[in-house]
Design a protein around this ligand. Sequence first.
Ligand code: PMP
Length: 312
Amino acid sequence: MLNVPGAKYVWISGKIVEWENASIHVSSSAFLYGAGVFEGIRAYKSSNGNELNVFQLDGHVKRLFESGKAHRMYPSFTEKEIVEVCVNLLSDHKFKEDSYLRPLIYPGDHLQLLGGVPPGEICVFTFPFLSRNEKVQNGVKLGVSAWRKIPGDALPPRIKTCGNYVNSRLARSQMKTAGFDDALMLTKGGTISEGTGSNLFIVKNGALVTPDVTSDILEGITRNSIIEFAQNDLGLTVQERKVARSELFACDEAFQCGTVAEIMPVNSVDHINIGDGKPGEITRKLQEYFFKIVRGEISKYRHWLTPVYGKK
Ligand code: PMP
């Protein structure tokens, strides 16, 4: 049994199942074919220490249901009900620290290649999960993987299917074995796509540039949040377009972003420094603002936070 400190129970299609007993049969199509869809969501303690808030909960649950729809999996719960389940789960666990939520929709049948036509099963679990301070502070070194990102006309990265991450695992294991922190992945056409579990931005002459939604990316909620506050609050211009691999070597800064990655500076790619090989000034500004938002300090973005407890 996998011991995850702090995790007590899993919510499975309306039932509360003890963590130890939340198993799935080996003949399940979810296991055999990787046919589930999922989300990773963070809850942050507020700066004043009194609140726990989920970041962009509605957006994540919306994307979960969109992913389910693409696979014709329709759970017998509404988005609103799942939002409530997530909040209740966190509140029941009484976490006093940053934590993580993992909801999944998966086919409820066994051995069949096409399953989950309706209803899909749905489960949610949670555990404490701190912000990744060290890498966020110091940055990471990436290598461009020889494995290309799965093309959108075969297995669309925009749909957050469990099986997509087999492609990410191939790339990450290749580059970790080669001594990098993680992989950066290219599209079949050779332009930059994204990381194994994050989106990429580069900074050039003060402007942010990120691969567009047709670059075989998951349209990250962190990415979209950054695009919004960078333009509206920090006065930065943002270009969403195809990004050539060679642009990495002529840019000033680069960073990865995502629920787990948060905003993570990229110091080098293929052992070639980005800028001077240290986290850049604009990356630092974005990080600072991002952490103020998620920790409840910027009132105009309070609507991105769903309170679990502590909100006056
Ligand atoms: N791309 C991939 C492949 C991911 O797994 C993630 C993490 N969910 C992201 C991008 C970033 O998405 P988000 O900001 O919504 O977490």
